[in-house]
Write a protein that binds this ligand. Sequence first.
Ligand code: SF4
Ligand code: MSK
Length: 643
Amino acid sequence: MDPKKRSSDKAAQEMIQLMADKGLENAWDRLDAQSPQCGFGKSGICCRICTMGPCRISKKAPLGVCGADADTIVARNFLRAVAAGTSAHSDHGRTVAEVFLATARGEAKDYEIKDIPKLMRLAEEFGVKTEGRKVNEIAVDVGIIAIKEFGKYEGEQLMTKRAPAPRQEIWKKQGVTPRAIDREVTESLHRTSMGVDQDYKNILKQASRCALADGWGGSLIATELQDILFGVPYPGKGEINMGVLKEDEVNIIVHGHEPILSEMIAAASQSPEILEEAKKVGAKGITIAGTCCTANELLMRHGIPIAGNFLNQELVVATGAVELMAVDVQCIMQGLTSLVKHFHTKLITTADKARMPGVEHVEMDERDALETAKKLVKTAIDNYKNRGEVHIPKEKTAAVGGFSMESIKYILGGKFRASFRPLNDNIINGRIRGIAGVVGCTNPKVTQDYEHTKLVEELIKRDILVLTTGCATIACGKTGLNNPKAALDMAGPGLREVCETVGIPPVLACGSCVDNSRLLVSCCEIVKEGGLGDDLADLPVVGACLSSVHEKASAIGHYFVASGTPVVFGEGLLQIDGSEKVKKYLLDEIENDLGAKWMIESDPVKAADLILGAIEKKRDALGINQDTERKLFGMDDRRELEF
Ligand code: SF4
Ligand code: MSK
């Protein structure tokens, strides 16, 4: 057990060693216990979708009991991963839409419609009348339309209309324009059940439609409505890593994804009566810190500190300094249930759809959200006295978060002419070669944070502007890449010059995993601004995820590919090696249909080269790589000029 192999983050290394010394188990230890992992599963050729199985494809047995071959099984598993990822993002979006509607109806008194201009823009997009109407009436109509997007019985996803017209045409021609979000997920499960869709290309086509329902549907609805409820993020300072926990304060970790919970806990912890109670138990105050994507949501809007990413969740508990870990949905390790037994930490679930055995449950009721949050904070305060030995690593790094599409536009163009023009111009003149979206999780199979941070360093060195989301953002934050000053020193000369002139850092923290939708809409704005082609596929933009955990990553990657943006994933993450045909389609032929393809590379330096290569290819196609010849005019030339 070498902590340095497990994580590149010094604070994590310290805690991994401490856990080992205390004989406490974490995800890395469980991975060791699981190794070697099943080769059939890794290549996607294990099928257990019917009770004639499970079937595993091999040379000796190339067909499942039903006759399904490796191509069908691999494609089905890929589609199921995309569908599960889509369902996760979209169910998050649905929860937000329900709270939004309840707020608009006055049934969720602790939430409010904060961003009225954004509400008005969405109302116009949804065809809701705004003139002479009250904000709440408009919001009710918007909320109902948003909820209908999940289950409407006819029509297509409304927000796909944000994509440039040629992209919409491609989707129409390929038959992948998504319909209702739930319909795409349900149909994907139906098609992949025994004896239904057996044509791997047809299955992969549904993967495109389902993924698009996520990016342009569920995820986008989540982001847009969260912005209206909690405010569009604008840049602000925060701190990242376990050093944000305080020895003399009550520490609360909010973990999961939905700001519906974390926003209220943050608000509750500020109330004077609650702070007074904390003082009564001898604490100097209350520290709220996040792990995983709910952390990104809080950093984006409030500069609330982040204690770490996915693989930090067990490590923060092992500090002994966490009074309460309140969790909602997604990326919550079941390993926490046994770990908290060794500490005073109270683990509490808050979403009925994500309970844990033996763990206390406090349902987050949107009609009484602040009271529920106060109850949770009081539980933490009461637990302060039960603290034992505490070991908090010192590491914490200053970071700037809060880069939404709106804030980037505002920074680039100012309040009165917010615009992507300066960005487009600097891509066209070549100072910035292109843009990379670096996203993803931290997987114990690779050294925590290393892939993401090394890749980002290599990209900015190559004058590529980087936008990050999810646990990749937190990885970057820990190493100082979200600290504009430190990151500028690593950036190439062109990128550095532009960033210094317009006042943006070279690495923009854009939020949580549902916020990858911000990257999509930013790309649409760049196309609209002009000079870089007519379609998303024309843009010198590439997505990258070298380390992922969740099926959501497959959905995200595939909605970028289906939207015309090439995507690089780390080896083995797609689990498609068992079918040459599926690989050929996703890594090559899909480009003919949708204008982009998947690429596989785990080495961050090689991945950066691959990304730069893809960007330069786009630049060549756009004709912006040609050096304009500088001609010095002599007298003869002047005489030839016609006026
Ligand atoms: Fe086996 Fe076919 Fe059933 Fe899959 S669907 S488990 S391949 S029999
Ligand atoms: S939390 S999906 S580990 S990014 Fe969104 Fe992190 Fe990945 Fe979960």
